[in-house]
Write a protein that binds this ligand. Structure first.
Ligand SMILES: *Cc1c(COP(=O)(O)O)cnc(C)c1O
Length: 382
């Protein structure tokens, strides 16, 4: 099955009793049993499994070319279950430019549990290799990164991690989506999503996902989820499943609009630098062209010639079609100030070190008419 068909039909079937084409929202916590330990059907208690969540989990496995999908109550709950595979003394190597909440969980929760974190620029593969050792248990990559749009070469990182049999290689695929990039096919062990973003696609749900190829790893992650409880509810599962059915159509338009917005900003006299992997001037454009198939996504960051925070703030107060808000990946265009909003949990010196400046604006380019988006940017920049 091709991707566009999988987005709609992957792992799906009519509901058995009524033939309902969409899975019903099984809004129930528990399921009747005929005899102790013998449930009527396959389900017992919704923290372990719920049919609406199963329908979503099978769709997730299908679109990422995995064997098992798991749906969580948020992207961070999904990441949290991966970290629960580790023990004190283990080491993690993560990209230096990470989603702020991921960085906060690693540096403020799990480092207190005796796990050691190294943050490194994985566009430099030698730097990654130099940190790998027998204590390394997890390599965590986000690509493209947020908000600097740096890319790690997933295939090349996998070659390095495969030299160490006990290392799990996880990719946060939130920005690219499986429409553009399928990390499991490129050698990753786990794909993580904030399904809040492009998979849901309509800014109406907080959800997360993990997808794996290896059955045993899938069991371990399900155990962590079941034992600690970060599962997605039936209604939210339904919303994400509904979002996935138009993922290919939406991402196509996000890419078209994203490319045009990046090119427009790149030519604007008030703009200093545009961060978009689809621009040939992007330092990792070659990696993007190799591993992102069919476009470069809808996320665009930029800075001002003046270098002034005030210019970024004024711009964000002036946009009208773009909404000033955190989050991304919905049909509507959003604009954000990373240093004051999404990345405020990263200390200022650390932000400066990785290059998140105070005059940086991050755009999540939506699927509106491109003319309206460009006009809005024009008037706000003026
Ligand atoms: C939003 C986001 C997360 C966290 O997901 P939540 O659903 O907000 O918990 C993780 N990674 C990336 C890249 C994100 O954009």
């Amino acid at each position: 099955m091709k991707f566009n068909t999988k987005a709609i039909h992957g792992g799906q079937h009519h509901e058995k009793v009524t033939g309902s084409v969409m899975p019903p929202v099984f809004q129930t916590s528990t399921f009747a049993q005929v005899s102790p330990g013998k449930p009527v059907g396959e389900y017992e208690y919704s923290r372990a499994a719920n049919p609406t969540r199963t329908a979503l989990e099978e769709a997730l496995a299908s679109i990422e070319n995995g064997t098992r999908g798991l749906a969580f109550s948020s992207g961070l709950a999904a990441t949290d279950s991966v970290l629960k595979l580790l023990k004190p003394g283990d080491e993690v190597i993560a990209m230096d430019d990470l989603y702020g909440g991921t960085y906060r969980m690693f540096s403020r929760i799990y480092s207190e549990f005796g796990i050691k974190f190294h943050f490194v620029d994985m566009t430099d593969l030698a730097a990654l290799e130099a940190l790998m050792n027998e204590k390394t248990k997890l390599v965590w990559v986000e690509t493209p990164t947020n908000p600097l749009m740096k890319l790690a070469d997933i295939e090349e990182v996998a070659k390095i991690t495969k030299k160490y049999p006990n290392v799990i290689f996880a990719v946060d695929n939130t920005f690219a989506t499986p429409y553009l990039q399928r990390p499991l096919d490129l050698g990753a062990d786990i794909v993580m999503h904030s399904a809040t973003k492009y998979l849901g696609g309509h800014s109406d749900v907080i959800a997360g996902a993990l997808i794996v190829k290896d059955k045993e790893l899938g069991e371990k992650l399900h155990f962590a989820q079941f034992a600690t409880g970060g599962t997605l509810g039936p209604m939210d599962s339904y919303l994400v499943l509904r979002g996935i059915k138009t993922l290919h159509l939406r991402v196509q338009r996000h890419c078209e609009n994203g490319q045009k917005v990046a090119e427009y900003l790149n030519a604007h006299p008030a703009v200093a630098r545009v961060y978009y992997p689809g621009l040939e001037s992007h330092p990792n454009h070659a990696i993007a062209a190799k591993q992102m198939k069919g476009g470069f996504g809808g996320m665009v960051s930029f800075t001002f010639v003046s270098g002034q925070k005030q210019d970024a703030v004024h711009f964000l107060e002036k946009v009208k079609v773009f909404t000033l808000a955190e989050s991304l990946g919905g049909v509507e265009s959003l604009a954000n100030h990373p240093a004051l909003m999404t990345h405020a949990s990263i200390p200022a010196e650390k932000r400066a070190e990785v290059g998140i400046t105070d005059d940086m604006v991050r755009l999540s380019v939506g699927v509106e008419d491109i003319e309206d988006l460009l006009q809005d940017l024009e008037q706000a920049l003026r």
